[in-house]
Each structure stands twice: as structure tokens, then as C-alpha cells.
Design a protein around this ligand. Structure first.
Ligand SMILES: Nc1ncnc2c1ncn2[C@@H]1O[C@H](COP(=O)(O)OP(=O)(O)O)[C@@H](O)[C@H]1O
Ligand SMILES: [Mg+2]
Length: 244
């Protein structure tokens, strides 16, 4: 069996004195895709911040292709190929779309041409400033900008949050395409369980900073009892995905 791309072992981490994640272990194979589900405040973003090196790390370890990166500085993790799109969609408001895309670009499969081909809307908007974009366009730009760094792993923190259903569908299509066609390894946090399950191979569910359920996404998708138990009221895959 080949080495996992990313491996967490018994990770405990948080902010200052507060422990948020506890005993988290996971293996992500190359070309894998993992949904991270759980209600608000269970620690999904904290898990990603910990993978990127931004939390107070207490115990356990993190390995990237077998190399221990537990204490590695965040910018070096990014350079290794861990791409992260924060929940806050950090784009540069006073740079153009094209400048946003090229500012941190690194050589690889994802070039400006490839991005514009996949997301023609960004091509149309390439001379607009970041702050002139709609929420959905900003989200596309945030994902595309990280893709331009040609990461081996792409971590997406609730990329569909707060977007209108039609945009949700578009972003979901983009992520599906990345997983299927480019073999990009993806970790996806989502509030919309069924949507995320339909897009990924494996799933973990967090509750209060601990993994309480782990399954093949296709199996959990059929397991409505588990979805109800862990996520609460089920939401239709796309129809009601936009939060108001
Ligand atoms: N910067 C922070 N400082 C202290 N506590 C935080 C911080 N960010 C998040 N938390 C706490 O960590 C817990 C998990 O939050 P978070 O990881 O954002 O959950 P999720 O992404 O699943 O909604 C929450 O109790 C939240 O209040
Ligand atoms: Mg979050």
C-alpha cells in the first residue's frame, strides 16, 4: 500500500489554552477526496487551520508523504503543496481578477488558460477588481487562485456557504471536475451533507472536535439514519443549499 499523502495521528490542538480538536487521526490517500461534516462549531475549520499550522498544537503528529510536518511553519506547508481556501474567502479586493490569479501562481497543470477555460466567467471578469465581484464569483476566484499554486492537496472550507443555489451548483460542478479529471486530492468541509457526500469518496463527521463517524461517502449517503443523527435535519442536495 502506498504512503498516505496526509496523515494525522491523535492530534490535539486549539487556541491558547482552549483545546478544540482531540484525538483526531486520519489518512488521506493520494487522489482521495474526503468530506468533513458536522454542525457549526464542531471544529472543521480548526482541523484545517491545524493542518496548515495555525493553531496551538498540543499532541500527536502530522505527516505529509511520510515526512513529519507537525512543527513546520505554515508557509512551508503551503510550499509543499497543501492548498487551503479559508472559509472567509480571502481574495485581494484591490487587485484585478487576473492579478489575484497570478500573484501566488506556481508552475503546473493549472495555468491561467486552464482556469479561464474551466471558469469562463473569470475570463469575462479578468480586469475587474476583486471587490467588484459577486459572492459566487469571489468564491470561484478564491478556489481558482489556490488552484494556480498547483497544490497536491486542496482544502476547501465550506466553499458553498451563503451562495445562491445556482452558484452552489456551479461551484459543486467545479469541485467535481477537479476531483474527477485532474486527480486533485480534496478535503471539503460542508454543511450540506448530501451534496458533499455525493462529491467525495470518504467522509468523517466531527462532533466537539472528535471524529464520531467515518465511512465511505456512498455508504453514508444511503444511511439516512446516520445523516439525521450526526447532521440533523437533512437538506436537499442542492435546492436549499443557500443559507439565508
Ligand atoms: N480563533 C479562535 N479562538 C478561540 N476559539 C476559537 C477560534 N476559532 C474557533 N474557535 C472555537 O473552536 C470551536 C470550533 O470552531 P470551528 O473550527 O470554527 O468550527 P466549524 O468550522 O466546525 O464551524 C468553536 O467552539 C469555536 O468557538
Ligand atoms: Mg468553519
Amino acid at each position: 500500500m502506498s504512503e498516505p499523502l496526509l496523515q494525522l495521528r491523535d492530534v490535539r490542538a486549539g487556541y491558547g489554552d482552549a483545546v478544540v480538536l482531540d484525538g483526531v487521526s486520519l489518512d488521506l490517500p493520494e487522489n482521495g477526496s474526503l468530506a468533513v461534516l458536522g454542525r457549526n462549531g464542531v471544529g472543521k475549520s480548526t482541523l484545517f487551520l491545524t493542518i496548515m499550522g495555525y493553531t496551538n498544537f498540543r499532541r500527536g503528529n502530522i505527516a505529509w508523504k511520510g515526512q513529519d510536518i507537525t512543527r513546520m511553519a505554515p508557509h512551508l506547508r503551503a510550499r509543499l503543496g497543501i492548498g487551503w481556501v479559508a472559509q472567509e474567502r480571502e481574495i485581494f479586493p484591490s487587485l484585478t481578477v487576473e492579478e489575484n490569479l497570478t500573484v501566488a501562481a506556481r508552475p503546473g497543470r493549472w495555468t491561467l488558460e486552464a482556469i479561464y477555460q474551466m471558469l469562463p466567467r473569470l475570463l469575462e471578469r479578468k480586469t475587474n477588481m476583486g471587490n467588484q465581484l459577486s459572492g459566487g464569483e469571489q468564491q470561484m476566484l478564491a478556489v481558482a487562485r489556490t488552484l494556480m499554486t498547483n497544490p497536491s492537496l486542496l482544502i476547501l472550507d465550506e466553499p458553498m456557504e451563503g451562495l445562491a443555489p445556482i452558484i452552489v451548483e456551479e461551484i459543486a460542478g467545479l469541485i467535481r471536475k477537479m476531483i474527477a479529471e485532474s486527480g486533485t486530492t480534496v478535503i471539503l468541509a460542508e454543511q450540506h451533507a448530501e451534496l458533499a457526500l455525493s462529491m467525495t469518496q470518504n467522509v468523517i463527521v466531527l462532533e466537539r472536535g472528535t471524529i464520531v463517524h467515518s465511512a465511505k461517502s456512498a455508504d453514508m449517503l444511503k444511511d439516512t439514519a446516520a445523516i439525521d443523527r450526526y447532521i440533523g435535519l437533512r437538506v436537499a442536495a442542492v435546492g436549499s443549499a443557500a443559507r439565508t
